[in-house]
Design a protein around this ligand. Sequence first.
Ligand code: PXP
Length: 249
Amino acid sequence: MHEAKSPLRLGVNVDHVATLREARGTLYPDPLEAAKQCVQAGAEGITIHLREDRRHIQDDDVYRLHEALDVPLNLEMAHAPDIVRIALDVKPDEVCLVPERREELTTEGGLDVFRLKPVLRPVIHQLRETGILISLFIEPNDKQLEAAAELEVPYVELHTGTYCDSDNTHVDKELQRLIQGACMAHDLGLNVNAGHGINLDNIDEILSIPCLDTLNIGHSIISRAVMVGLEKAVREIKQAMLDYSQQKK
Ligand code: PXP
């Protein structure tokens, strides 16, 4: 049986608070203060992406957030040696391995776990040894899911970006791909997170994906926060998640 897990968790990605700070080289706005407000408003976890070009989150942010937060910190990162070194030092609760190209606007496509298996195996081993829970950010296809299961990671995060950005002609097919991917991940014994491009307009369809554990949402919440404030922006998403689960009962 492939049903939604309950309660579904919300992880808020606060990268773009740091984007605003880095735009001017100021000390504000502070992603840690933002993260605390998100938790206050109901976020069950906080996500940050330490990119190789340090365009938003800085090394010091990773240490500060891990030290100060009392909800799990999920660090998104490439498997580059200098970033892995920082993760091993900080020991965040969770690491989500993502692909990364410097010139991209945001993470494009999932990690090619199938091809990178030999490279990822020792990195995953090292991170796991310190007690970090590992997730792999992947496209919902059989080859990637099987490769993730072979690496014995506890989580995958399904890339919802293609679905969220797709036009009317492809939207049903993309949602079906996510639904089938989530069912297959569940059958392979993997916990299923989802993220990228989720907003108040598409969250109901995303919530129709079975077996979800956590939704990781960043850009739309921080954008909405500019208009209505961060706590309200987080509460709106939490309410949409709650309304969906009530309606399914
Ligand atoms: N999950 C992963 C793995 C990501 O790389 C990102 C973007 O940093 C997100 C979730 C959040 O995506 P968005 O900012 O579009 O909500």
